[in-house]
Design a protein around this ligand. Sequence first.
Ligand code: PLP
Length: 403
Amino acid sequence: MRTYLDHAATTPLLDCAREAMVAALAHTGNASSLHAAGRAARRRVEESRETIAAALGVTPSEVIFTAGGTEADNLAVKGLWWARTAQDPTRRRVLASRIEHHAVLDPVHWLGEHEGAEVVWLDVDAEGRVDVEQVRAELAAHPGQTALVAVMWANNEVGTVQPITEVAAACAQAGVPLHVDGVQAVGSIPVDAALPATLAISAHKLGGPVGVGALVARRGLELTPLTHGGGQERQVRSGTLDVPAIVGFAAAAERVLGDVVARSAGTAALRDELFGRVLEIAPDSIVNGAVGGLDARLPGNAHVSFPGCESDALLMLLDSAGVEVSMGSACSAGVPEPSHVLLAMGIDPVRARSSLRFSLGHTSTRADVDALVAALPAALARAGRAGQVRISAQMAAAARDGG
Ligand code: PLP
């Protein structure tokens, strides 16, 4: 029996999504074809679009299907930049929070390096929350020169929920489109999808299949396409639509978005139990991120630093004990790098590299928490020893080198 505590990476496919997909896989038909099989495929796509739009409270024409969250984020960031700078070449500023997922962070960096964007990175506080005053001040200081603002709804590492209502109001007042990465938030907490200009969603984070998602883009909003071809999705996104994946996405979204608040309460209670029991085992451990209800932190997110332990060693030890968790730091070419999110929160690199993320979801039970609590003491003891050995080796090497 293995224990899965990595729902923020991907959450198991819901039965309703699997059943809908299996049924759809039995049918042939390109949704762009004009014959009966094509029209049937198109009908399944449009019914799915209506289901997702209704679950989100937007109109179906505002849902643009993509091949996942990363593509939706790229389409919004680059698509808004190109459309807005084409309208007015003096709009060269991009405001983005320092804690964005790489799906937003990297296209923003790319615009700075290759397109001459003037990027302003928005700071966060010690809990990982964007300062709305900074957004207002930046927009007011350079009226008319901002191409777009990007702030995620909730952070994928520490689970902090951002003040999106206030950020959206500031952007609306300045007439600047706001892109929100809603990949972790949608399905976890109540989200008003009509607030931002664009909202990225990913099916596999809410119980649908991997490799499909959507960009919710307000009607009339201009976006320059990233890919060119058949123009299947509002002339903004080309490529033959993956009908079974879209059908599975719709089934999951309908199920999950229908009872977000009720489900979240149970998940948050289990997460708080996890926090309490981990702190009992490791009294010197430190909780990272915001404390509070659904407007402060994602209900399934627990992020903890274990001083004296390296997160990669802890992860492997827990894995060998059957408990699957995630490192609280990014891994670059096999080397654990301190996470940009934790660094932006002012956490020092050593503590950042000693952090783990435990994330709960729709299959999580108290037995999962029990399994973690059973495996953690031995893992902490061994990872702590490994950490000491590593530090002694580094000190010996430094002494040898005359350092
Ligand atoms: N944005 C956030 C906040 C995420 O957590 C992820 C996935 O981890 C993505 C974007 C990328 O989504 P996808 O895996 O569908 O490409």
